[in-house]
Write a protein that binds this ligand. Structure first.
Ligand code: PEP
Ligand code: MG
Length: 752
């Protein structure tokens, strides 16, 4: 009775012939069930498919009463068929009718059949149907028979999914019509309405049944070798950051690629007569179905790994290794990827790109920095959407709230359209302020500058109407470059920045890498406390050649114009002196190399290490300007890692301790007549910016999008009144002055 080893293959061959016939979908299904029944030597073979309401409809049968076709519907979970659908795994019963889950349907006439085997028809790990076989006698179905049924079910699933095969009500995509929301971490703060594009398009397997089994085996072997080879090479070269790859993900790939179980399952799938692509798809479906039902969330991550690996293999097998950036992009693309490198994001057509959703990566990763510079809506650490999303799905990416809404309802779309319109109106109001000065009601002028780091940021300077660039983070070029940017590359970038800024000043900060600003080719080595480690000016002074190269590039790019250099992470006066001496040496060398002296060279200090608060009287007389890096200053003051969400929000920058420290700097700068700016994140928040003005700050540097709101706030503020109120408040002992400052704004009509 058991089928011969060649039987599954034979069955698939026949199946291919049936599929090629020009008959109706129903006639084809009818033929398929007859074919399976005869191949397995069974009296009954039936196919149930899921309808939109979740029930399973008998679509075709050989052996059961014909009247039951399209009339028998099983509710979700009902009967043995429902059980198989729910658990998404094959099951057999020698005496089906005595199983507690058995559901008797008189119209089918199935009471005379005792043995029963059923396999799920899987698509993307979901059950879209069940294929069953029954016999009168009590019998055991062999592993090969079950395997053959599973292979047939897989072929059926692909055929159904490729469309045109079945009536409308039967669906492989019940989830597609429903709205789903996923949480993530904001990278930028805009909102985008658009359509989903998969960064790595899924390969649709169309050639399912093998013509030459040996050839398919060979193709698969070559593809696996190519894949593992490229992973090994990537890990050896260590340029994972550029490719947006994560070491542990690649390790997982390696593990799977060498996993005997996975290889064996692929071999078994090939042995049933599938093509290499179909075998990969088949094993992926089974693994997904198994893992999706495991309670431990860690298996979900593995599911991603196997999915990714399968997709990469399929892309190699199909020869289609392009990312979506190279294809035809819809005009309102929201690109979704597990991970991505910054260079890959830059491959996309900016004008068609509205949003980016990443499943992995920090909000300060290199790709995140580029996303912000491009001004698109972007979130990261958004788990789950890749499991359920289809290319072309409508989506709303609310980067402000850190949410991705897939297939949004009409109400949600209208709500967001209103929100986008409202934002656009606000933007228009801010744009109208572009050319008016940032002056308070009592005539205090406040300098408003933008923070930048890439050439992409430059258009924001004119668009925002900012006075200049208060902080140019030179490390960004280093972070997104695969290798160390050479002198001429650095010079070229700085020159483009200075040219783009025109007559507006640019403050270049010398290289601030280390800490969370990871640049792989530097090989800093593991540090226990990287934020307190070998970074920024410490590295510059220990590796003067590196620092001097950058200064040389800046001086050359300046080419006789004005140059502002700012030194980060200065903790002690001697560091500033030493760095200044290195700069002076480079200036002295200019003539020798035939470059003109800068018309004016200003060297400033960043105040971001608390120790400087007690050296203000010694350092300020040495500097041309100072800028408070409140992100670092506050993280060190409160001993709370700025990148650790569990502690980053534990303290309030508007607490008296923080404000007193900031006031001390403002008073010091005033005493020594040193121009002072604050360039940390708090400068871009209206309430915080208001407090800073109350403390005496008259220059701020922030993200370009904040210029409008901050300017509107300034133009509605009486700085003197606020200064008095703040000094009073700072006499007290409140935990935070946030509420007091809000009520000050409220009662005095400050626009926050
Ligand atoms: C800061 O520390 O506030 C700052 C502006 O520099 P960065 O965020 O680049 O460390
Ligand atoms: Mg800093």
């Amino acid at each position: 009775m058991p089928a011969s080893v060649g039987a599954p293959r034979q069955m698939l061959r026949r199946l291919r012939e049936v599929m090629a016939e020009h008959v109706s979908a129903q006639a084809r299904l009818d033929k398929i069930v007859v074919l399976i029944a005869s191949n397995i030597v069974a009296e009954v073979c039936s196919l149930y498919l899921r309808r939109r309401d979740g029930s399973l409809e008998l679509m075709a049968t050989e052996g059961l009463n014909a009247v039951a076709v399209h009339n028998t519907h099983l509710k979700p979970g009902e009967g043995l068929v429902g059980l198989i659908a729910e658990q998404a795994e094959p099951k057999q019963f020698a005496d089906a009718q005595h199983h507690p889950a058995f559901s008797f349907r008189p119209e089918t006439g199935e009471e005379i059949y005792h043995s029963f085997v059923g396999v799920p028809v899987l698509r993307g790990g979901d059950t879209i149907g069940v294929l069953t076989v029954q016999n009168r006698i009590k019998r055991q179905y062999s592993d090969e028979e079950v395997e053959a049924l599973q292979t047939t079910a897989m072929v059926l699933a692909e055929m159904i999914a490729s469309g045109g095969f079945l009536a409308d009500e039967v669906t492989t995509e019940t989830r597609r019509s429903t709205n789903e929301t996923f949480k993530g971490k904001p990278i930028s703060e805009t909102v985008a309405l658009g359509h989903i594009v998969l960064h790595e398009p899924r390969v649709v397997v169309t050639r399912l049944i093998a013509e030459d089994a040996d050839l398919e085996r060979q193709r698969l072997l070559v593809a696996i070798e190519e894949l593992t080879g490229s992973i090994d090479a990537m890990m050896e070269r260590g340029d994972l950051a550029r490719a947006g790859e994560h070491r542990d993900v690649l390790e997982a790939f390696r593990m799977f690629a060498h996993d005997h179980g996975w290889r064996r399952r692929l071999d078994e799938a090939l042995a049933t007569g599938l093509t290499a692509e179909a075998a990969v798809q088949r094993v992926r479906n089974d693994t997904r179905a198994r893992m999706m039902r495991m309670p431990d969330p860690r298996f979900r991550d593995r599911l991603h790994d196997i999915d990714d690996l399968s997709n990469r293999l399929l892309r190699l097998l199909s020869g289609d290794t392009q990312t979506a950036a190279m294809g035809n992009l819809p005009e309102d693309s929201i690109v979704i990827a597990r991970t991505m490198g910054p260079a890959e994001l830059l491959d996309y057509d900016r004008h068609r790109l509205r949003g980016l959703v990443l499943e992995e990566g920090g909000a300060n990763s290199h790709v995140a920095i580029v996303a912000r510079a491009l001004g698109i809506a972007a979130i990261t650490q958004c788990k789950g959407p890749l499991d359920v999303v289809e290319p072309g799905d409508a989506a709303i990416l609310d980067a402000e709230g850190g949410e991705l809404h897939l297939r949004p309802t009409q109400e949600l779309i209208s709500a967001y359209s209103d929100k986008v319109r409202f934002r656009a109106r606000r933007q228009a109001q801010y744009a109208a302020l572009r050319d008016v000065p940032a002056v308070t009601l009592d005539d205090e002028r406040v300098g408003l500058n933008i923070n930048a780091g890439l050439l992409y940021d430059m258009p924001h300077l004119a668009e925002s109407g900012a006075d200049g660039i208060g902080l140019f983070r030179t490390e960004l070029q280093f972070m997104i470059s695969p290798t160390f940017p050479r002198l001429d590359q650095q010079t070229q970038l700085y020159q483009s920045i200075i040219d783009a800024a025109g007559d507006k000043p640019v403050v270049f900060r010398s290289l601030d890498v280390g800490g969370d600003k990871d640049v792989r080719y530097f090989r800093i080595g593991a540090e226990e406390n990287p934020a307190l480690g070998w970074r920024a000016i410490r590295m510059a002074l220990d590796r003067p050649a590196l620092f001097r190269t950058q200064i040389r590039a800046l001086l050359r790019a300046t080419n006789g114009r004005e140059l502002n250099i700012m030194l980060p992470m200065i903790a002690d006066v001697w560091e500033f002196k030493q760095a200044r001496a290195l700069i002076d040496r480079e200036v002295a060398l200019l003539e020798k190399h035939g470059w003109p002296q800068p018309s004016r060279l200003l060297i400033g200090v960043m105040i971001e290490v608390p120790a400087l608060l007690w050296q203000l009287d010694s350092i300020l007389p040495l500097v041309d300007f100072a800028s408070v890096g409140s992100n670092d200053l506050l993280q060190f003051l409160f001993a709370a890692d700025r990148g650790n969400v569990r502690v980053a929000d534990r303290f309030d920058p508007l607490s008296p301790s923080a404000l007193r420290a900031l006031r001390q700097v403002a008073r010091g700068a005033e005493k020594h007549g040193v121009p002072l700016t604050l360039c940390g994140e708090m400068a871009g928040k209206t309430l915080e910016a208001m407090a800073l003005i109350g403390l005496g700050y008259r220059s701020l540097s922030m993200a370009p999008a904040s210029i409008g709101p901050v300017k509107a706030m300034i133009r509605s503020l009486d700085a003197n009144n606020l200064q008095q109120r703040l000094d009073e408040l700072l006499e007290g002992h409140a935990a935070s002055l946030r509420e007091d400052l809000k009520s000050f704004a409220d009662t005095s009509g400050v626009q926050l």
